[in-house]
Write a protein of this length. Structure first.
Length: 309
């Protein structure tokens, strides 16, 4: 192809796959002006203009906007620089579309009202920092200013929701429920009572930690009783209560007596809000952690057995 060859606009349309109207638009806006004009005033293009139009078409098909294309053609930006920036933008758009798709699926499965749909969309669209701030405000409102169990406070402060880029509908539903739960004044008041109880216990000398082993002992012993259908008021429940009462006495350095059992009942009552357990279950669903099995029936049985004893 001779470097001096000039092409009319119709030939350029055939060679580039662009419409004549589009080529005229690029000419009129200065993106790819014609190389020259014929004596009759028709636009004529050379091989360089052909190459520029082909580049414009490719970049437009990739979604690059005209201002960025102008900078490429004017040698202010390289094609790799524009491609990298556009790839970053597309990554954000893809992530946003994935979240929207998941929200729509969650709305369809949940049968949400328009109000719930709007709330769900707003909550999911929060940035990671905004999600963290929502939980941090909840923790500060409930535990702030109290000398509660420091290990528990550290745990709840560090356990933040991390909704993945492409969440499952169940994760979206869990995040919305968690956000609603942390804003519930009644739940906040319940957790605040828990924090104040922990602070009062620490003021009386309790320096114990999170008691994972003690919780597992209760889960195992009471779990077996529940599986066996043992009634909390039955004679078969008394050895279980005695064993667990003795374990609490040892852990907390107290005497195993009626006062301890009354103290245990108060402790179970303060910590017995099922919404507190739900908080950790929702957090686990959001973060893709193993969801802890419910302890509600276990501690209900233990409380009933303590009262019967």
């Amino acid at each position: 192809m001779d470097g001096d060859t000039l092409y009319p606009i119709g030939t350029m349309a055939e060679r580039t796959g662009l419409s004549v109207k589009t080529i005229r638009f690029y000419a009129d806006t200065g993106v790819v002006p014609p190389t020259t004009h014929s004596p009759a005033g028709y636009r004529l293009y050379d091989d360089d203009a052909l190459a520029r139009l082909q580049l414009v078409r490719t970049l437009r098909e990739l979604g690059i906007d005209l201002p960025a294309i102008r900078q490429v053609l004017d040698r202010k930006l390289t094609v790799p620089e524009v491609a990298a920036a556009h790839a970053d933008a597309l990554e954000f758009q893809i992530s946003s579309l994935r979240v929207r798709r998941t929200v729509l699926r969650a709305i369809a499965e949940r049968g949400s009202t328009p109000e719930e749909m709007e709330l769900m969309h707003k909550l999911v669209e929060l940035s990671d920092a905004e999600k963290r701030r929502l939980i941090t405000e909840f923790v500060e409102d409930t535990f702030g200013g109290t000398d509660a169990n420091p290990e528990f406070v550290d745990l709840i402060r560090s356990a933040m929701p991390e909704l993945p880029e492409d969440p499952e509908p169940a994760q979206v539903r869990a995040w919305v429920e968690l956000a609603e739960l942390t804003r519930d004044p009644d739940f906040r008041a319940s957790v605040r009572r828990m924090a104040e109880y922990q602070a009062a216990q620490r003021a009386e000398g309790d320096t114990t930690g999170l008691h994972h082993e003690l919780t597992e002992l209760v889960r195992e012993r009471v779990g077996r009783a529940l599986a066996a259908g043992t009634a909390p008021s039955s004679a078969a429940a008394r050895p279980i209560v005695d064993e667990l009462s003795a374990a609490y006495a040892t852990t907390f350095g107290r005497s195993d007596d009626a006062e301890l059992r009354n103290w245990l009942l108060t402790r179970l009552d303060v910590a017995g809000d099922p919404r507190a357990e739900r908080y950790w279950q929702l957090l686990s669903i959001i973060n893709g952690w193993p969801v802890p099995p419910t302890l509600g029936p276990v501690f209900e049985w233990f409380g009933a057995a303590l009262r019967a004893s």
